[in-house]
Write a protein that binds this ligand. Structure first.
Ligand code: HSE
Length: 369
């Protein structure tokens, strides 16, 4: 199988490469590496291979591929996918962009949940397999058991999304903001007599100063937060918030009878793990221990964190989850509200299960068929 990789040096693409090398996926395919800007150049891959890059804008090269895995982003998908299909390309398109997700002939892939639908779509001759929005995929892996058992009436997902979801430049800017804040306050911090209100004033002055680095986020994130992610749909909702219900129900095959999924998406100063505070209504009163069992048994990545302070602060944080495929879910409680309303909190690496891993696994599903 000839597999073309595009956008493999970006943040999601680099994580995909790490995972494919770790899982020895390249042994099963003939891989061809594309570039939008450096075709013809020879490069050394992380696994030591030397390859010459092909032109990612050259349809004649892309047409030779049995599958294309793109982490290049939505603009590239928008530009290339249509013309490639118009030119008669029958290969499999796998990407992580939102461009094609809602198309009727595209499947949103999250195989621990919809492997049967993936095989049915392949049997059906479908060719476009698209990774879901990161928060949606991470929430669904955490809530998998409750969705599977059809217990969920609705979900509210209040998100705490990491800088990486906005892009590599944003991650750099977050760290620059942190550094700038430290710079502004370090002399007072070093003195044990430094008054905390003086330190606070120095920090705030810096965060509001013109020179504070905000080119990518447009506003301070370090020491603050941004309660808006992605485009404004004009109805009070952000596009990131809209995706949760649309994609959850597409993945569950419930577009005709959707489970309401709502919330506010917030950017916080974490590096690459998205966290979510979930409130959900179950169709009947299920004891918390049973809810935890249903959640914890659903797939091999989810684990239930006991709802106590030491377990929560050590195991349910971006710091502890980053760079792993773990989907911890904790803070499970029946809330003191009328009805069968529960809470949970979950954390997941948005570059792994939130982006690269569903694509990697989709390619392996193709290879194994
Ligand atoms: N839209 C996500 C975010 C990125 O901004 O965090 C992954 O889908």
């Amino acid at each position: 199988m000839q597999v073309g990789l595009v956008g493999w040096r970006g943040m999601v693409g680099s994580v995909l490469m790490q995972r494919m090398i770790a899982e020895k996926d390249f042994k099963n395919v003939a891989s061809v590496f594309f570039s939008t800007s450096q075709s013809g150049q020879a490069v050394t891959l992380r696994d030591g291979r030397e390859v010459v890059l092909k032109d990612a804008n050259d349809l004649s090269q892309l047409l030779k591929m049995d599958a294309i895995v793109s982490c290049q982003g939505g603009d590239y998908t928008q530009k290339i996918h249509g013309p490639l299909r118009d030119a008669g390309w029958q290969g499999y398109w796998i990407d992580a962009a939102s461009t094609l997700r809602m198309a009727s002939n595209a499947l949103v892939v999250l195989d621990p949940i919809n492997i049967d639908d993936i095989h049915a779509a392949l049997d059906d001759g479908k060719k476009d397999f698209i990774g879901g929005n990161c928060t949606t995929s991470l929430m669904m892996l955490a809530m998998h058991g409750l969705f599977r058992d059809e217990l969920v009436e609705w979900v509210s997902a209040m998100t705490y999304q990491a800088a990486s979801g906005a892009g590599a430049q944003n991650v750099r800017e977050l760290i620059e903001q942190m550094g700038s804040i430290y710079e502004a306050s370090k002399d007072d911090l070093a003195s044990p007599k430094g008054g905390i209100l003086d330190i606070d004033a120095l920090v705030l002055d810096r965060m509001r100063a013109k020179e504070f680095p905000t080119e990518y986020f447009g506003t301070p994130l370090a020491g603050s937060l941004i309660p808006w992610i992605d485009a404004d749909l004009g109805n009070g909702q952000s596009r990131e918030e809209w995706k949760a219900q649309a994609e959850t129900n597409k993945i569950l095959g419930r577009q005709g009878d959707p489970i309401p999924v709502e919330g506010i998406c917030v950017r916080i100063g974490a590096m690459r793990c998205h966290s979510q505070a979930l409130t959900f209504k179950l169709s009947n009163s299920v004891p918390v221990l049973e809810v935890e069992k249903i959640l914890g048994d659903a797939n091999e990545w989810v684990s239930v964190i006991p709802n106590d302070k030491p377990s929560t602060i050590s195991m349910l944080s971006p710091t502890s989850v980053t760079s792993t495929l773990n989907i911890p879910v904790g803070r499970v409680r029946k809330l003191n509200l009328p009805g069968n309303i529960y809470s949970a909190f979950t954390v997941g690496d948005q570059l792994l299960w939130g982006a690269a891993e569903p694509l990697r696994r989709m390619l392996q599903i193709l290879v194994r068929r």
